[in-house]
Design a protein around this ligand. Structure first.
Ligand SMILES: *Cc1c(COP(=O)(O)O)cnc(C)c1O
Length: 296
């Protein structure tokens, strides 16, 4: 199947004059090292969904994503491992040649189908899902981005090593796309002295709080750590970028030999570094940043 190392072995401490100046320590949980394709947070979001699909005897999984979706890549790869057929409903028109992510998904056996943006917006409408079942036969549905109640159960396992870990972390930081990762971390950090911080990669993303609360409610999670979503590091919006971000990524990669990308983890580290500069974290804080993957 898919096995992962003890996650505490994926922690690296970064050295940087900025951390010395501000008196903080910064650690990275390298979830990007888990797998080339089922990378970062994606395994955790898929795990209990795949087990549920198997348990219920489904042969097919259907999910949604944009043309550059890491979730599509991970689902295609994991479907193959679990012997489940996969169908990927892709937003927008087919563009040939396929980009490397979609090509990989197709090569892994995923059947790709395209919907125009208007139809794609129906992706959570039960009547629309019924029409998809008429078209493709019965399937186990995983929502766009892979976030649902079972995803929380998976992402809540990311930090299960923390109680035994020799370092106490004052803050845990993650990227936020659909909040499936943030909410799982919130559940696992309940009743701890660890602050939870998300960096939004979308513009005008205050709605993410509601999304997060809805997700928690769908899983009947009532006990979770409060979280803060920093909304000012989107650089123009999802998949948008600015020279300052690209410059930061280049310098970061040179200094730390860790690959990051402009959609999620570049904004994450930029936001954390900037927050450290601004004194957001108290001196002597230990900060754990979750590298959610996304390098293809
Ligand atoms: C999918 C993805 C995210 C988004 O995670 P959510 O659980 O949807 O918030 C963040 N970072 C990377 C690298 C991703 O691939």
């Amino acid at each position: 199947m898919f096995s992962i190392p003890p996650l505490e072995t994926l922690i690296e401490r970064l050295e940087n004059p900025l951390f010395v100046e501000k008196g903080v320590s910064l650690y990275v949980l390298r979830l990007d090292k888990l797998d080339k394709y089922i990378s970062g947070n994606k395994w955790f979001k898929l795990k209990y969904n795949l087990l549920e699909a198997q348990k219920k005897g489904f042969q097919k999984i259907l999910t949604f994503g944009g043309a550059f979706s890491n979730h599509i890549v991970a689902t295609a790869s994991a479907g193959k491992l679990f012997n489940l057929e996969t169908i990927g409903i892709i937003r927008g028109e087919e563009i040939l040649p396929l980009n490397p992510r979609l090509q990989f998904a197709q090569d892994s056996g995923m059947a790709l189908h395209y919907l125009d943006r208007e139809q794609y917006r129906e992706k959570t409408n039960p009547l629309f899902i019924e029409t998809l079942k008429e078209q493709f036969g019965d399937f186990y549905l995983i929502p766009e981005g892979g976030s649902n109640a079972l995803a929380i159960a998976g992402t809540a396992e990311i930090l299960s090593f923390l109680p035994e870990y020799p370092v106490h972390f004052d803050a845990v930081c993650t990227c936020v796309g659909t909040a499936g990762t943030l909410t799982g971390l919130a559940v696992s950090l309940f009743n701890t002295q660890t602050q939870l911080i998300g960096i939004a990669t979308l513009k005008n993303a205050s709605f993410l709080y509601d999304e997060a609360y809805k997700l928690l409610e769908s899983g009947q999670y009532t006990q979770y750590q409060d979280f803060n979503i920093l909304l000012d590091y989107h650089f123009g919006g999802y998949a948008k970028s600015k020279p300052a971000l690209l410059q930061f990524i280049e310098t970061f990669e040179q200094q730390h030999s860790i690959s990051i990308e402009p959609v999620y983890t570049g904004k994450l580290f930029y936001g954390i570094f900037d927050s450290i500069k601004k004194g957001f974290f108290k001196p002597s804080s230990n900060i754990l940043v979750i590298h959610c993957g996304g390098i293809f």
